[in-house]
Write a protein that binds this ligand. Structure first.
Ligand SMILES: Cc1ncc(COP(=O)(O)O)c(C=O)c1O
Length: 491
C-alpha cells in the first residue's frame, strides 16, 4: 500500500465471506414475513401517492416507466426531488438516508456545496460545453496523473462504458491481438462486446439479446479468483492469435460483491506480462472512492490502462475516462496530431467544461477533506452494525465491505451456481435466481419503506456525509426490517 488515506482499513477475510455466502445460497430464502411485507408495500400506496401518479403516467412515455437502471422499481420507482449530503427527499416529502449515492460518484455526499458552486461558476462563464479546450481539462488530467500511479496521460470520455470500449481498442492496437478476458459476473458497461458473463459467472451470452454472436466472439470469461483457469485461457489463446487484455475490477466483480483474494491482482499482473497481454483495471467505481491512488495504489499493482467513471465527474454528467502509460495513450491522441494508428474515440460532450470542472473540484475536495477515509469509516460502522444485527437475530445474511462499498447479501442471488456446460442443472438454477431476485427486490422495498435507499436492496455506498449518528439511525431502521424476517419472531 502506498498511501494511508484509503477507505479500506482492513481487508476482509475473503474465504470466510465466501463460506457464509455459500451457506446462504444453499438454504431456502428468508424473506420478510408475508403480513409485514403487505404493510411495507402499503407504504408506497399510502405515503407516495404523487410518485405513483407520476410513474403511472410515465409508463406511457418511458419504457418501464423509468430511465435509469438503478431507479428502484419495486413496487414502482419513487420520484426524488431533492438530494443533499446523506439524504434524499421524494416528491411526497418523505426523507430517506441515501446509500445509493447516485450509484457511487458522490464520495463527498450529494450535491456538495463547493462542487455545486464551481459548476455554477463555469456555467455562468462558458455554459456547459463549447466543444473546445477549457483549462479544467488540463487541471483534471494533471491531478489524475499525479495521484494514480500507473497513469501518465488521461483522456476524458463520456461514460465508463465508453472508456472500457476505448481501453479494449487501445489494447488490441498495442498488442496486435484480439481476445479479451474478463472475470465471470463482472459488469464493464453495456457495449456489445462486454455484454458477456454479466452478473453471474459462466453465463456467457445469456444477456446478449440483440447482439450478434460475432460481437462477443473474442470475449471470454474466467471464474473469479481462479488463477489457474486464467493461465489455461491465456495459454489456449496463445495458440490462437493471443490475448489483447485481461480486464477486471480489482476489488472483485460487481464492485466487490464477489470479493477478490488479496493477492489475485498481483498474480494476474505476472500472467499478463508472461503472455504479452495488457492488464486493464476497471476503476469506474473504485478510483477516488477507495483512495486517491485507486485500488492500484491500495494493492500496489500497476495496470497498463485504467478505466475511470463515476467520481471522475463528481456526480455530474459525462463521467468517464481512460488513463495509462504514454506509449499506450498515444493511440488516443485527439485532433490533427494523432498517431498513425489511432484508436477512434469521440463524444460531443466528452471533457466538457462542466464535467471537467466539477470532477476537478470534487477531487480537490476529496483530497482536502480526506473524504475516502471518512466515507470508509462510515462503511465500517454500517457493516459492523449490520453484522451485529445479523448475529442478534440469528439470520443467515452476510454483511461485508471494502471501505465505503458495503454489501448486505440476504438472498445471494448472484451466487446461484449457473453452469451452461451442465444444461441439466439449468432449470433449477434459473428458478432459484427468480426466487432470490424477487426476495432482493422485496428487501429493497422494505428498506425504502423504512427510509433507506440502497442499490438494488443489496449494496450501499457510504459517503463523507454519513456521520456516526446517521449510520446509527440507519442501523435502527435495518433492525426494524430484520425483526420482520420470517422465523425471527418464533426464535
Ligand atoms: C465497474 C464498472 N465498469 C463500467 C461501468 C459503466 O459505466 P457507465 O455507467 O458510466 O457507462 C460501471 C457502471 O456502473 C461499472 O460499475
Amino acid at each position: 500500500m502506498i498511501s494511508s488515506n484509503f477507505s479500506i482499513t482492513e481487508y476482509h477475510d475473503v474465504k470466510q465471506v465466501y463460506d457464509k455466502l455459500d451457506k446462504l445460497v444453499k438454504q431456502p430464502v428468508r424473506p420478510v414475513s408475508r403480513d409485514h411485507m403487505e404493510i411495507y408495500l402499503d407504504y408506497f400506496d399510502k405515503k407516495c401517492p404523487q410518485s405513483k401518479k407520476l410513474i403511472d403516467h410515465a409508463v406511457k412515455y418511458i419504457p418501464g416507466g423509468a430511465q435509469h437502471n438503478l431507479a428502484f422499481n419495486y413496487p414502482f420507482p419513487l420520484v426524488f426531488t431533492k438530494a443533499e449530503g446523506a439524504y434524499l427527499y421524494d416528491m411526497d416529502g418523505n426523507k430517506y438516508i441515501d446509500f445509493l449515492q447516485a450509484g457511487g460518484p458522490t464520495v463527498l455526499g450529494s450535491n456538495y456545496p463547493a462542487v455545486k458552486e464551481k459548476a455554477i461558476e463555469v456555467i455562468n462563464e462558458t455554459g456547459p460545453s463549447t466543444g473546445l479546450f477549457h483549462e479544467y481539462e488540463l487541471k483534471i488530467a494533471e491531478f489524475i496523473c499525479k495521484h494514480i500511479p500507473s497513469v501518465d496521460q488521461f483522456r476524458m470520455l463520456g461514460s465508463g462504458t465508453e472508456a472500457v470500449m476505448a481501453s479494449i481498442r487501445v489494447a488490441r492496437l498495442a498488442t496486435g491481438k484480439k481476445k479479451i478476458i474478463k472475470l465471470g459476473g463482472a459488469y464493464h458497461g453495456w457495449s456489445d462486446q462486454m455484454v458477456y458473463g454479466m452478473r453471474v459467472p459462466r453465463t456467457g451470452r445469456f444477456d446478449a439479446h440483440g447482439i450478434p454472436r460475432a460481437c462477443t466472439r473474442h470475449t471470454q470469461e474466467v471464474y473469479p479468483n481462479d488463477i489457474k483457469a486464467l493461465e489455461r485461457k491465456l495459454r489456449w489463446n496463445r495458440l490462437r492469435g493471443g490475448t489483447a487484455a485481461v480486464i477486471l475490477e480489482p476489488l472483485g466483480t460487481e464492485s466487490g460483491t464477489r470479493p477478490m483474494d488479496f493477492g489475485y491482482n498481483a498474480k494476474v499482473r505476472e500472467l499478463c506480462d508472461k503472455y504479452g497481454a495488457l492488464l486493464i483495471f476497471d476503476e469506474v467505481v473504485t478510483a477516488f472512492r477507495v483512495g486517491l491512488s485507486g485500488t492500484q495504489g491500495y494493492f500496489n499493482v500497476m495496470p497498463d490502462l485504467t478505466v475511470f467513471g463515476k467520481v471522475v465527474a463528481g456526480g455530474y454528467p459525462s463521467a468517464g475516462g481512460l488513463g495509462g502509460r504514454k506509449k499506450y495513450m498515444a493511440y488516443l491522441a485527439a485532433g490533427l496530431q494523432g498517431a498513425k494508428k489511432r484508436a477512434m474515440v469521440g463524444g460531443t460532450m466528452a471533457a466538457n467544461p462542466l464535467s471537467s470542472a466539477a470532477g476537478y473540484q470534487t477531487l480537490l475536495e476529496i483530497e482536502k477533506t480526506n473524504a475516502c477515509a471518512r466515507a470508509g469509516e462510515a462503511g465500517d460502522r454500517l457493516t459492523k452494525g449490520l453484522q451485529k444485527l445479523i448475529g442478534k437475530y440469528k439470520l443467515p445474511f452476510v454483511a461485508y465491505n471494502q471501505g465505503s462499498i458495503c454489501h448486505l447479501e440476504t438472498s445471494a442471488v448472484l451466487f446461484v451456481d449457473v453452469n451452461f456446460s451442465k444444461p441439466w442443472t439449468l432449470p433449477k438454477a434459473l428458478k432459484q435466481i427468480k426466487i432470490r431476485k424477487h426476495m432482493m427486490e422485496e428487501m429493497g422495498a422494505a428498506y425504502m419503506a423504512e427510509g433507506l435507499v440502497t442499490l438494488a436492496g443489496s449494496r450501499m455506498y457510504t459517503s463523507m456525509a454519513d456521520t456516526p449518528e446517521i449510520i446509527d439511525e440507519a442501523l435502527a431502521r435495518f433492525e426494524r426490517v430484520f425483526q420482520k424476517i420470517e422465523g425471527v419472531n418464533e426464535q
